[in-house]
Structure formats: C-alpha cells, structure tokens
Ligand binder design. Sequence first.
Ligand SMILES: *Cc1c(COP(=O)(O)O)cnc(C)c1O
Length: 407
Amino acid sequence: MITLNEHYFKLQASYLFSDIAARVTSFQKENPEIDVIKLGIGDVTKGLTPTSIAAFHKAVDEMADDATFRGYGPEQGYEFLREAIAVNDFQSRGADISSDEIFVSDGAKCDTGNFQELFTSDITIAIPDPVYPVYLDTNVMAGRTGEFADGRYRGVVYLESTRENNFVPDLPEDKVDLIYLCFPNNPTGSTISKTELKNWVDYARDHKALILFDAAYESFIRDDSLPKTIYEVEGAREVAVEFRSFSKNAGFTGTRCAYTVVPKECRAYDGKGNIQHIHSLWHRRHCTKFNGVSYPVQRAAEATYSEEGKKETRALVDYYMRNADAVCDTFRSLNYEFAGGENSPYIWIDGKRDSWEFFDMLLRETGVVCTPGGGFGKCGNQYIRISAFNSYENVQTAMTRLTEKLK
Ligand SMILES: *Cc1c(COP(=O)(O)O)cnc(C)c1O
C-alpha cells in the first residue's frame, strides 16, 4: 500500500497571496475604472541589465555551435562564477570564503528549504515570527513540528520580532539546534548590527547549534556599518551557512540563479557527539539531487560582477530604493510607525488594527494593494508590508492616494 507522509496534512494552506489575488480581482471587477497599484508581492519589475543580457545571449549562441556547446556542467556551478562570487561578495569584505565553499543553485528558496535534510528530525528549530514561510513549512513537511494550534506549530521555538526588540529577535531562552535568520529581513525590512549578529554566532558556538542565514536582500544595505555577510563576524565559519540570490539585486526571479555558502569548518555532530563537517554532506546531497544551473544563466550571473555589471545592478537597486524612500516619507508624514525601507525594499507599517482590515480599506479606498502582515505570522497581525518593487511613477501615484486617504 502506498501511504502518505502525513506531516503534509499539518500544513496550513497558504491562502495569503491567493487570497490577496482573489480580493483584488473581485474589487477590479466591481470598480473597472480604478487603476489598481500592486505594492504587495515581493517580485521585481525591471528587466535584466544590458550587461547580463549580452552575456546571456552570447552564451546561448555558444550552445548552438558544436565547437563551443556545453552539456552537463559541474553540479556545484562553473568555477568562473564561483570564483567571481568568492572574490566580489566575500573576499572584498574581508570575509574569508573560497570558491569551493560556494554551491550555485537555481534558487535560495530551494536551498533554504532543502538544507534541513541534513539533520535529524528530533532537533529543535528556531524560526522567526513574522517569517518567509519556506523555513517553517519545509520543517513541517520533514516532521519536525507538532500540530498547528492557536496560530502556531507545536514544538517550534518562535523568535518574535516586535517593535520592542526593533524587529531583531532576542536569543532564545531554551536551547535550540537549528536557527533561521534573515537580514535584511523579509517581511519587516529590519537589519541586524554586527554586534547583534555576533551574539547569535556566540550562541550557536556555545550551544552546538547551526545558523542558516538568508542574505537574499544583502545588496539593499546602504549603511556600510551593517554586516553584508555573516562571515564578517568572527567565529561564523564554524557555525553558519549563508544563502544568497541573484533574484532581487539583478532581477533574476524568472531567470533563476542563487548560491549557498558552506565553509569547510562548518560543523554539526553525529549520534556519538563527534564533530562532522557539513561541507562534504551538502556537496554529496547537491551532486546527487541537482544537475547544475544552465550555462547561459551562470554567464548572465557572472556578468553582474564585471565593472559595468556592478554599476548596472547598483542602479537597479537604487531605483527600487528611491521608491522605498518615497514610501517611508509618506508614512513618516502621516505619523505611522514603521520599520524597514532604509536598507531593504520592504516597509513594515504598524496599522494599529487587524492587518486584513487595513488591507481591505486600502484596496477599497485607494486601489493600492499591500500585503497583510498576519500572513507572515502571529507577530504580523497589526502590520502591513509595502514593497518597493514597482515603477517610480506607480509608487508616486500610490503615495498620493494614500496621503489623501490617511491624512
Ligand atoms: C526572494 C527571497 C529569496 C530568493 O529566492 P530565489 O528562490 O532565489 O528567487 C530568498 N529568501 C527570501 C527571504 C526572499 O524573500
């Protein structure tokens, strides 16, 4: 008899984005004259940069010629891309990461979701609230949680991000084994200082724990005193894995390229309590289950590290950050409390009322779509997330409408 992994039955159907889409569609049907502006989804809106596209095209042409054609590449990614990543994203920041510690993949979503496979099902996991849902759901599927009750899964240690802690969770009181952190954060837009991040690294060292650090929004950091990678923190190589992506900085959400960093010293423990290195296990897993990102995509990603490519991706990020500034200015002048928007494309606004109620009001009265914070966890119940991913003109129009309504 073919039987099912019943842990899947515990999953809460994620109604968030489909619920939003349904409400927007029905609103549009009733109000066809209103031009709806979407500041809800976390997807980019601008095209790939000219340098990336040129490299992409050239590599596609190489694939058409027997002399330059490439078949299966290295599962871990081509050395040309891994070397560019190691030099530009890490060594340039004084972080000691080498190209053989980089694993190129088709997404940080898959990587953050897959990494938990390396560990036993009885470890204790610590997950932020509010959170990017992938970390939580993949652990539910793996059977690391109990049932869902009162808005939370039993057996999970929730790391609450609230105004009181400036949306940087406090260290857990109970001992945890696997810790998920994401900075700059989705959905709150908050950042973590080097000192605060050092506290987490020290916690992991003291408690034989591991940190999975999601840095998908690293390129939005404008304050140079903030850490751009966890490996800027002393002692992190032994206790942290980092996830990065070309999705948000270079517009690769539909092109697909990301990478995971697993330092050689990064460790976990076997059943006897002996130290084992994670690098070789992740390498084995990656090579067994994954056959590499396509060659043209890796060339397009490599191009983001050329002088011209860097300028273009910086301009892309600056474009969205100008939108973020406009959103922050608007809500500041309306006397709303908010986090994010300074080193992040997300602005997390305290609506001082139920997040779905605020969402509905904004849609009905202004035609602006945001994301209700309750969809990211209990701590998001009175917040909304506004995303800077849209055209500058649309953001301007949206902010004018919001000001009219909320002033
Ligand atoms: C967008 C995003 C990613 C990137 O995912 P990809 O699969 O690389 O597109 C990772 N983590 C968070 C928190 C994100 O918002």
